[in-house]
Write a protein that binds this ligand. Structure first.
Ligand SMILES: Cc1cc2nc3c(=O)[nH]c(=O)nc-3n(C[C@H](O)[C@H](O)[C@H](O)COP(=O)(O)O)c2cc1C
Length: 203
């Protein structure tokens, strides 16, 4: 095995380093976060840092990059308190990737890139019509991480939209069947293939 020292890594070109470090944590779920500005402009952002924080109460978090890199989604979430998370599938991942581009806040990203917004009663944030697994979160807390100017954005689950046929007898959601993709590094997209489910581990 080749040894990579932190000194060597620190001296790499910035995108090379970002790709390398981003790959280290492995394949990640990849979703579009849907928000709306206080002026009413809908927005989407690609996010691969979504993490389960707890099931009761149902809390889900993601890491928002520093404001200079990713300003709009976090602004909309803090202004409106509501957002959606929409799984990405192979049917639309190339379009979905385009939502990582830095559009001005007044641009309607749905119209510009071409995925379709859909709305559910009583929920102001837009969903992605093309996505087979999506849910609505209400902002609980934005935790600033002083060390690198990122934010841990925590939301409480409010509602879930998916086909009942994806849900197995014990509540397990078959995301392979849904076609939910994974991402690796800055720009790699992959399929998930289940190998096996195992029984609850006991000592
Ligand atoms: C595969 C992939 C994963 C990404 N994951 C994140 C993420 O977890 N958090 C984040 O803030 N930005 C992430 N980004 C970058 C945002 O999509 C990008 O900065 C976007 O322009 C933010 O939009 P906003 O200004 O609406 O917040 C990711 C981009 C790609 C392509």
């Amino acid at each position: 095995m080749r040894y990579y020292s932190l000194d060597e890594i620190k001296n790499w070109e910035r995108f090379y380093r970002a790709n390398f470090i981003n790959c280290l944590t492995g394949f990640k779920p990849v979703s579009l976060v849907g928000t709306v500005s206080k002026e009413g402009v809908p927005n989407l952002s690609v996010v691969s840092s979504v993490v389960h924080l707890g099931a009761d109460p149902a809390l889900i978090g993601y890491i928002n990059r520093p404001l200079a890199a990713a300003p709009d989604t976090i602004q909309n979430i803090s202004d409106t308190g509501h957002y959606t998370v929409n799984h990405i599938t192979e049917a639309f991942f190339t379009k979905a990737h385009q939502y990582s581009a830095k559009y001005a806040p007044e641009i309607n990203e749905f119209e510009t890139v071409g995925l379709h917004a859909s709305y559910e009663e009583g929920i102001i944030a837009p969903f992605v019509q093309e996505s087979p697994v999506k849910y609505h979160l209400k902002l609980v807390e934005i935790v600033p991480i002083a060390h690198n100017q990122t934010f841990f954005v925590i939301g409480a689950l409010q509602a879930v939209f998916l086909s009942e046929t994806l849900v197995e007898a014990d509540g397990f959601i078959n995301l392979e069947q849904a076609g939910s993709m994974l991402s690796l590094g800055l720009d790699g997209y992959a399929h998930a293939t289940m190998v096996q489910r195992l029984p609850y581990a006991r000592p």
